[in-house]
Design a protein around this ligand. Structure first.
Ligand code: FPP
Length: 251
């Protein structure tokens, strides 16, 4: 699947602080080449490295990627094992370089279901990169938006939070993304038009962008195009465009 939209040069003045991506289409990318699905995920992982670099170059502060959902456990076992292996491989092979580039790694989702040695690797990566400031990379792995909200409610109850004290801000503090600004722009590649349980709380006022390319083909220039499109959008947060002229009642 190719996009024939012409790509603008440079970057607009208004760029998103936080971009979140549903990296969809790896399976179809592989299928179109008569390759196993996991080859698509590997190509998607190589692309991720390029997009991280582009985000650093473009001055994006936060990037969130949907790498494995709470529903993905239902995929064929070899694909699940392949994705777990990719996570481990990325940490083993890329951690030092990401650290050197100033990337702060953050995990969102549940670590409990991962094997203890993999859990340790994730925690080590988070710990090592804690002080980095150039780009915060949130890896959503074993993540689901509903599960995140259920988890937040459970934690609030455990902490004895009173019903009257529950506010938007309080809920946000109990999410896996506590302290991280909401995404401004959410990109889902491959042409699918669904949220699929991704950042359902945080994405309440995000701008969505659905490029018609599979994730392994979503390159730096496609990202530039997405940022340009974002810069043209008017975000109203449920209000109206300003300036607002009130009509006087005429007696
Ligand atoms: C969706 O495409 C993609 C995924 C479920 C996995 C995405 C994961 C990666 C790109 C690698 C992750 C990197 C890390 C750090 C672990 P799909 O398989 O649903 O594609 P399809 O809809 O064409 O079948």
């Amino acid at each position: 699947m190719d996009s024939d939209v012409s790509i603008p040069q440079g970057l607009p003045e208004k760029i998103p602080v936080h971009i979140a991506i549903i990296m969809d289409g790896n399976g179809r990318w592989a299928q179109a080449r008569n390759l196993p699905r996991i080859a698509g995920h590997r190509a998607g992982t190589e692309n991720l490295r390029r997009i991280i670099e582009a985000c650093i170059e473009f001055g994006i502060s936060y990037l969130t990627i949907y790498a494995f959902s709470t529903e993905n456990w239902g995929r064929p076992q070899d694909e699940v094992q392949g994705l777990l292996h990719i996570l481990e491989d990325v940490i083993d092979r890329e951690l030092q370089e990401l650290h050197d580039q100033g990337v702060q790694l953050h995990h969102i989702g549940r670590l409990e279901r991962l094997a203890p040695h993999l859990r340790e690797k994730v925690l080590h990566a988070v710990d090592l990169t804690r002080g980095n400031q150039r780009l915060v990379l949130n890896v959503a792995f074993n993540y689901g938006g509903r599960d995140e909200i259920v988890h937040a409610i459970q934690e609030m109850i455990k902490d004895g939070v009173q019903a009257a004290d529950v506010t938007d801000e309080m809920v946000s503090k109990y999410l896996f993304t506590a302290g991280i600004p909401d995404p401004d722009l959410i990109i889902r590649t491959s042409g699918e038009l669904r949220i699929s349980n991704f950042m359902i709380w945080q994405g309440a006022y995000a701008e969505w962008y659905f490029p018609p390319v599979y994730w392994p083909d979503f390159d730096k220039e496609q990202l530039r195009l997405a940022i340009h499109e974002f810069s043209q959008r008017e975000r109203r947060y449920g209000r109206v465009s300003s300036p607002v002229v009130d009509i006087e009642p005429n007696g």
